[in-house]
Design a protein around this ligand. Structure first.
Ligand SMILES: NC(=O)c1ccc[n+]([C@@H]2O[C@H](COP(=O)([O-])OP(=O)(O)OC[C@H]3O[C@@H](n4cnc5c(N)ncnc54)[C@H](O)[C@@H]3O)[C@@H](O)[C@H]2O)c1
Ligand SMILES: O=C(O)C(=O)C[C@@H](O)[C@H](O)[C@H](O)COP(=O)(O)O
Ligand SMILES: [Zn+2]
Length: 364
């Protein structure tokens, strides 16, 4: 018997949208046509995902004006220049302000296509069709769109919520193992920042999840989407608690930036960044050494890096961290652990704990 899709609502005051999670959704034309209501459709994907799944969208929207663009693959392509060919395609095809954009891909395509939608003719609607675990549990939800700048991650962008998120679990069958592991970093993030029960569950089921057990995957994706939907509903534009979703990201974004958005995947950098946050929290005495090790062990069991690359010194970390979007009045705000399953965003910490954590990169 086919499982019914799971549905998670993101409620933003009067506005709301659905995240639909299930196997085979890309073959459900009724759902696709329901979510994408416009007569003019622009699908954005990349050279890896497009050949695998774009045809499903093409055939679902054959009766409408349909245009598409497949960008080169990779995090380094998440930059302003990559948006131009997408705008060109939209203009050449005469797409009006009534068109809708579909982002078909991982977080890179989701963030970029979302920003295209936020800015094309001052803003059109878009639908997220995430194809990585990371995009299903995190980037497709919540409306953060944008691109990187050589001086910092996601430095140019806009809040622009999708009108729907369609997560077809079948597409994960073609996702490489390394990308699955990268997605698991954001999964572990939700547990550490605010969901202690989920942390216990993950510790018991991480091996099943890494083996792509279908029930475990569906449970994980729904649980993470519910967590994210609740945080985004409470603080859509990150004036407060949404910054908790940045656990591991102040360090992680510095790693990505210092490596030139190249060899370290976002999820890998965030994994190492979360371990740094755990070590710093332990140095501050906010969590015990045993709790720190529990967090790090889970990251390690997911096959993720637990250490930042040793060629990024404290000065380079600080250079990127000084530009972090969470900073206020020149103060470096960090997401740290007060307990497992209980993170806090604060600039109120002993700076020596940060210094020691940065100095120890490569040694611990
Ligand atoms: N907006 C947000 O809230 C948010 C949240 C988390 C991360 N992000 C951003 O997301 C990006 C990382 O996303 P990602 O990890 O999905 O990386 P990605 O988009 O680069 O995708 C990872 C790789 O998997 C390939 N791929 C995607 N789906 C596939 C499939 N089904 N089968 C085979 N290959 C597939 C892609 O072509 C790519 O090579 C980063 O830029 C990060 O900053 C944004
Ligand atoms: O949705 C959010 O809020 C997040 O912070 C989710 C993060 O996982 C994601 O990497 C996000 O893109 C980071 O945003 P930024 O504002 O720190 O650039
Ligand atoms: Zn992230």
């Amino acid at each position: 018997m086919k499982d019914e899709p799971r549905r998670v609502e993101v409620a933003l005051g009067e506005r709301r949208y659905l995240i639909v999670i299930g196997r085979g959704l890309l073959d459900d034309r009724e759902l696709l046509r329901d979510c994408v209501s416009a007569d003019e459709v622009m699908a954005v994907s990349n050279e890896t995902v497009g050949p695998l799944y774009l045809e499903r969208l093409e055939s679902a929207f054959a009766a409408r004006r349909f245009a598409s663009a497949c960008l080169p693959d990779g995090e380094h392509e998440k930059r302003l220049e990559s948006m131009l060919p997408v705008f060109d395609t939209m203009l050449v095809n005469g797409l009006s302000r009534d068109c809708q954009v579909i982002a078909l891909g991982g977080g890179v395509i989701g963030d970029l296509a979302g920003f295209v939608a936020a800015t094309y003719q001052r803003g059109v609607d878009f639908v997220q069709v995430p194809t990585t675990l990371l995009a299903m549990v995190d980037s497709s939800v919540g409306g953060k769109t944008g691109v990187n700048h050589p001086r910092g991650k996601n430095m140019i962008g806009a809040f622009h919520q999708p009108r729907a998120v369609i997560a077809d679990l079948a597409v994960l069958d073609t996702l490489p193992d390394r990308e699955l592991r990268a997605g698991m970093a954001e999964v572990i993030k939700y547990a550490l920042l605010g969901d202690r029960d989920f942390l216990d569950w993950l510790e018991a089921h991480i091996d099943a999840a890494m083996a792509r057990d279908p029930a475990a995957m569906a449970f994980i994706i729904e649980r993470c989407c519910r967590n994210k939907a609740a945080i985004v509903a409470a603080d859509e534009r990150e004036s407060g608690e949404r910054a908790l979703l940045n656990l591991g990201h102040t360090f992680g974004h510095a790693i990505e930036g210092a490596r030139g958005y190249g060899d370290w995947l976002h999820g890998e950098a965030i994994a190492a960044g979360m371990c740094m946050a755990a070590r710093m929290s332990a140095r501050l005495g906010w969590i015990s050494a045993a709790q720190r090790d529990r967090a790090i062990t889970l990251v390690e069991r997911a096959g993720l890096p637990i250490r930042a690359p040793d060629d990024i010194g404290p000065a380079r970390f600080r250079e990127f961290m000084a530009r972090d979007k969470k900073n206020r009045n020149g103060e470096l705000r960090l997401v740290l652990l007060r307990n497992l399953g209980d993170a806090t965003v604060t600039a109120d910490y002993d700076p020596r704990a940060l210094e020691a954590t940065l100095e120890a990169v490569g040694h611990e």
